[in-house]
Design a protein around this ligand. Structure first.
Ligand code: DPP
Ligand code: ZN
Length: 874
């Protein structure tokens, strides 16, 4: 396979300032006529051929101006069209036919529930017409769409509507013009039968924008919350980042077949409908929160991604890292900041940390790839966001915002790089950020250890810090990173202690900036011995290797002024206590130590100062993945799972009375609202019930059944089911049957049913999955079904996925190989499930290797899947 290297980047020899398209939709095929206004770049020699990208296109005709081209003037291949000797400036007219009906890859133009829609990022536009399909070639698009009025009453593309009308034979047309030059990956079209809801928004300079959200017939009312989130996003982006919407309309279309979450096409976002449709009966609080996030994310791309785009795909995290950071900040401003932060860090650890420690580790800006589709990773997205967050921490919020302003202004309408982004922050802060930039270019996560000493006589506190970055595939030499360490010196009563002077590192207020491998920070004039609280708010994505003493952890858990570290310390206390017992022949659990944790937890639950959502997070004891990461290698999932049960039960026993009264005493308003306050309360009730279920007690299971039967919303209903699936599969079965019978619509609910079933860990799991696949409504061609069933299995059922007999690995290998034949993106994405294979004990490792090799050796493997599997096996 061809490897593409960042260092080989060259600007395009030709540009396409203007593109005009005529698109004629018919049930059999879609005919696309395109006029490209092409210019050779200054300095490029006469006779330089022009290679346009194009795949799965049937060329009907080609002309330059009025001259039809013949053989000898161009060459066609599977990957495109080459003009051998194009003029300096010309209009290339092509006519191509495509067959969206047959397109199951969900890239380019395809049909979803009968509607036509597109997905072009990263390289899907080349399946629509011949083009320079690369982000640094930006064009002003005009698109005229024609279709049967009954088949496609709605015709949408990017930008503003400029014309529409009736035609003969029951046909009609619509013309769209997008004044903003954009790369082809932001192109979009939708044609079909759709319902909509509409609102409008007046921007800060007084411009009125029409907002529409379209969904399949009958589903429009389920878009209300998404609309609300959109309006809040538009307002927030004006207030926090000064970004004002720049077209007359903003359209969102929700489709039911979509590979990813959503797509930020200029003025016409296309969404996976599971991130749009919601009502209390079918969506959980978590679904609502995700909808809010993703609506905001795609909207925010209008500046960070669209107005300033990426020069090449190596710069993907320029738009994604920054935009994830922006959506995190949005949620934090709209909800509870502390809780959002903890949730985001949990997410980062469960996915990015795993990626970083395995065969697929790569920097947020990789320097080589085979298939860019495989790089829409948690490292590019979530770690990318952490890097932006560190910039804010390092420079201060105000200077950080000046830097973003400068970036959006200086590069408006351009395709930029990470270096140009960083340069803006250097210019506003006058700080050298060259070492900081390593966060973008170096893979892996610093491992930090520390020691402390306090001398009562001299009132001196010494903090020694050390960082090392472990080797990752292809990168053995690592250099130290810049770590912004937010910290506090916690006194006996919980106040932060001050100091008179400090030396050994740059220390600004509550921030230590560590840029070397070893640093010794001396604080003079510290009045009493502190417990140090490091990386408050998780100020850098590192792993702390030093095991704090139980006393220190519990001190922080009770008194730390930083909620993140308060939460973190309780979790780490548990992991520290349990970790010796996690070795297969390790000592028994120390229940006395767990008692102490339980009493700290009990104090948290009683506290008047903490919100229900914070308490709910504290009740979510370390999960399977947390334990597995702590163990690291030679993992036996059954063993981990049984230890986790013992821990949960031990703590539940000690908190039983308190949990029962928490569950019963919390009363919610009658009217369901998906807001942070209410969802925090529901979460606390459900977490209490969930921990109680660890007692394996009939009375508690009856409470869970009542919880299910009396649930007034999907959040509680699903929570009850999930508890039962996890702790009492036999009792779960009748409830699941009831759920299926009574909550058949919409498909988002069917997906929940699939996920719940696939999460059950018993000896019938694999058979159960086979019978789920036989359900009429299941299809491997619809990514949401696949993610619901198999995502839940590989992520949420680790003991069955990693069965000792290899049946779980085999099942997933079969599914991946099947899907690869028509949807390589999804197949590649699913192969990620195997990235942990080397962490298992040898029997499971061998079974996983056999499954991976079987995939690797399959006939006609796609380039996507092949890259993923080969890297995973390396
Ligand atoms: N660019 C999309 C996003 O918003 C991915 N398809 O992340
Ligand atoms: Zn994005």
């Amino acid at each position: 396979q061809k490897i593409i290297y960042l260092q080989d980047y060259k600007p395009s020899d030709y540009l396409i300032p203007k593109t005009e398209m005529w698109v004629d939709f018919t049930p059999e095929r879609t005919r696309i006529t395109t006029d490209l206004h092409i210019e050779r770049q200054v300095g490029v020699e006469d006779g330089t051929p022009l290679e346009l990208d194009g795949e799965h296109l049937e060329l009907v005709s080609i002309a330059i101006g009025d001259e039809v081209l013949g053989a000898g003037q161009y060459e066609l291949s599977e990957s495109g069209l080459k003009l051998l000797d194009p003029p300096q400036s010309f209009v290339l007219s092509t006519v191509v036919d495509v067959e969206p009906e047959k397109n199951k890859s969900l890239e380019g133009l395809y049909r979803s529930s009968g509607n036509w829609c597109t997905q072009c990022e990263a390289e899907g536009f080349r399946r629509i017409t011949y083009f320079l399909d690369r982000p640094d070639v930006m064009s002003v698009f005009t698109v005229k769409m024609v279709a049967d009025k009954d088949l496609a009453p709605v015709l949408l593309s990017n930008g503003n509507p400029v014309d529409s009308g009736e035609m003969s034979n029951n046909r009609h047309f619509a013309e769209w013009h997008d004044p903003h030059p954009k790369p082809s990956y932001l192109f979009a079209m939708v044609a079909g039968k759709l319902d909509k809801i509409s609102e409008n928004f007046t921007t800060k300079s007084g411009k009125k924008v029409d907002l529409n959200i379209y969904a399949e017939p009958g589903k429009a009312e389920l878009c209300r919350y998404a609309m609300d989130a959109l309006i809040r996003s538009m307002k927030w982006d004006e207030e926090r980042f000064g970004c004002e919407y720049d077209l007359d309309v903003f359209n969102i279309v929700a489709v039911s077949d979509f590979n990813a979450g959503a797509m930020e096409n200029k003025g016409l976002n296309i969404f996976n409908d599971k991130y749009v449709l919601a009502d209390p009966a079918t969506a959980t609080d978590q679904d609502y929160a995700l909808i809010e996030r993703i609506i905001a994310h795609e909207y925010f791309h209008n500046y960070t991604g669209n107005r300033v785009t990426c020069r090449d795909w190596f710069q993907l995290c320029l738009k994604e890292g920054l935009t994830v950071f922006r959506d995190q900040e949005f949620s934090s401003d709209e909800r509870f900041r502390d809780v959002e932060r903890i949730d985001d860090v949990k997410g980062l650890r469960q996915s990015q940390f795993v990626e970083d420690s395995g065969p697929l580790a790569h920097p947020p800006r990789p320097n080589q790839y085979e298939q860019i589709d495989n790089f829409y990773t948690t490292t590019v997205y979530e770690k990318g966001a952490e890097v932006v967050r560190m910039l804010m921490t390092l420079l201060g919020k105000e200077t950080f915002h000046e830097g973003v302003d400068l970036y959006l202004e200086r590069h408006d309408g351009e395709a930029a790089t990470i270096e140009q982004f960083i340069k803006c922050f250097e210019d506003v802060s006058k700080r050298d950020l060259s070492q900081f930039q390593k966060w973008y270019t170096q893979a892996g996560r610093p491992q930090v250890s520390y020691t402390t000493a306090y001398d009562a006589e001299s009132k001196q506190f010494t903090l020694e810090l050390k960082q090392t970055v472990p080797a990752t595939p292809g990168e053995s030499e690592k250099s130290p990173m810049v770590l912004p360490i937010k910290f506090g010196l916690v006194s006996n009563n919980g106040d932060d202690l001050g100091w008179d002077s400090v030396e050994g590192a740059e220390v600004r207020d509550d921030l230590i900036i560590m840029d070397k491998e070893d640093v010794t920070v001396q604080f003079h004039g510290v009045s009493s011995a502190p417990v140090v609280s490091l990386f408050r708010e998780f100020s850098a994505p590192v792993t702390i290797q030093t095991k704090a003493s139980l006393e220190e952890d519990l001190h922080r858990a009770r008194l730390d002024g930083d909620p993140f570290n308060r939460w973190e310390s309780l979790q780490s206390a548990i992991l520290n206590i349990v970790s010796p017992s996690m070795a297969v022949d390790g000592p028994a659990l120390d229940l006395d130590l767990l008692d102490q944790v339980a009493s700290a937890l009990s104090q948290t639950l009683d506290s008047q100062d903490m919100s229900p959502s914070f308490k709910a997070l504290s009740l979510r004891l370390p999960n399977y993945q947390d334990y597995a990461q702590r163990v690291g290698e030679n993992i036996n999932p059954d063993h981990i799972k049984s230890i986790k049960r013992d821990v949960d039960r031990a703590i539940a026993e000690r908190l039983r009375g308190q949990l029962v009264s928490l569950y019963s005493a919390l009363h919610l308003p009658d009217e369901y609202e998906p807001n942070a306050e209410q969802s925090g309360m529901r979460s606390l009730r459900n977490q209490s019930l969930s921990l109680l279920a660890a007692l394996n007690d009939k009375q508690i299971f009856e409470m869970v059944e009542t919880h299910y039967n009396e649930a007034q919303n999907m959040t509680d209903r699903q929570a009850a089911l999930a508890i039962m699936c996890a702790y009492a599969p036999d009792r779960a079965e009748p409830l699941l049957a009831h759920f299926k019978e009574n909550f058949a619509e919409p498909m988002t609910v069917f997906d929940k049913w699939l996920s719940l079933n696939a999460s059950i860990d018993d000896d019938r799991t694999i058979d159960r999955i086979h019978s789920l696949m036989a359900d009429d409504r299941f299809s491997l061609e619809t990514p949401n079904r696949v993610y619901a069933l198999f995502g839940s299995f590989t992520q949420g059922n680790p003991t069955q996925f990693a069965r000792e007999d290899g049946a779980g690995f085999d099942l997933i290998a079969d599914i991946i190989m099947h899907i690869d034949k028509f949807n390589p993106q999804v197949a590649g994405r699913f192969a990620v499930a195997f990235r942990i294979w080397k962490n298992f004990e040898s029997k499971r490792q061998n079974a996983a290797r056999t499954a991976l090799e079987r995939i690797r050796d399959m006939e006609n493997i796609s380039p996507n899947l092949s890259e993923m599997v080969n890297k995973t096996l390396e």
